[in-house]
Ligand binder design. Structure first.
Ligand code: SAH
Length: 228
């Protein structure tokens, strides 16, 4: 596999490399220990997933706006969710909420195949262009309502949802293998915008559920978006 260098629009720019190293060091300080996760974040050029003036902030550790009023998640959250998924290299992973495609790109370095769904055609089209430019050939993407998962490709070893649902969507749990793990943000009851990252494990008997930390994601919205 080639390095990210030639793909970077700022190829050879020491500044961006330095910023990237500092971001990865800061992720380590914040408790991300999985070397494979850290190296996947190091290899995917986040600046290519961000448009316009926000691109300068690609290696700052916060979420940024993307098209259609959505956001690319904070690098720490991408690293943390990926670490919590315990992805293995032979695994098949479903992502709900492609957005910019950044999280899918990170996952694609760690598993056999990523299936990713997005409700905005515009976002999906741009994400697919990025996957192609970066030669990430093990990502399959489609426009669909992620609440339905991806029936034809189930069951999945892992599922990650990158938008907040009011409760754990049972259709997605049903598409998880026994022993499979799903990580997703879930809105707290009472609806004051609080959300928790939840880790679900599907067992022979049912599911186990663990709350990980408070987070803030855009909402999981039912149906495919209507775009002009
Ligand atoms: N993983 C993305 C984060 C994008 S934000 C990244 O790395 O950039 C969450 C995304 O979920 C948004 O693009 C939003 O449009 C999408 N989304 C929300 N509800 C959805 C649904 N029901 N099905 C598919 N995508 C959905």
């Amino acid at each position: 596999m080639s390095d990210q260098g030639p793909m970077s629009e700022e190829g050879g720019d020491g500044g961006i490399d330095q910023e990237k190293i500092e971001l990865v060091m800061s992720l380590r300080r914040q408790g991300i220990r999985d070397k494979k996760v850290l190296s996947a974040l190091e290899r995917i050029p986040r600046e290519l997933f961000i448009a316009g003036t926000f691109r300068k902030q690609a290696y700052e550790d916060h979420a940024l706006p993307i098209e259609c009023g959505q956001t690319i998640s904070q690098p720490f959250i991408v690293a943390y969710m990926t670490e919590q998924l315990h992805v293995g290299e032979r695994m098949k992973v479903l992502e709900v909420g492609t957005g910019s495609g950044y999280q899918a790109a990170v996952l694609s370095r760690l598993c056999r195949r990523v299936y990713t769904v997005e409700r905005y055609r515009t976002l999906l089209r741009d994400a697919v262009k990025r996957f192609e430019a970066l030669h990430l050939h093990n990502i399959t993407a489609k426009v669909a309502d992620g609440y339905s998962g991806w029936h034809e490709q189930q069951p999945f070893d892992r599922i990650i949802v990158t938008a907040a649902a009011p409760s754990v969507p049972m259709t997605l749990v049903a598409q998880l293998k026994v022993g499979g793990i799903m990580v997703l943000p879930v809105a707290a009851p009472g609806g004051r915008g609080e959300q928790h990252l939840v880790r679900i494990e599907r067992t022979e008997e049912g599911v186990t559920r663990e709350e990980l930390m408070p987070v803030r994601f855009v909402p999981l919205v039912e149906g495919v978006a209507r775009e002009s």
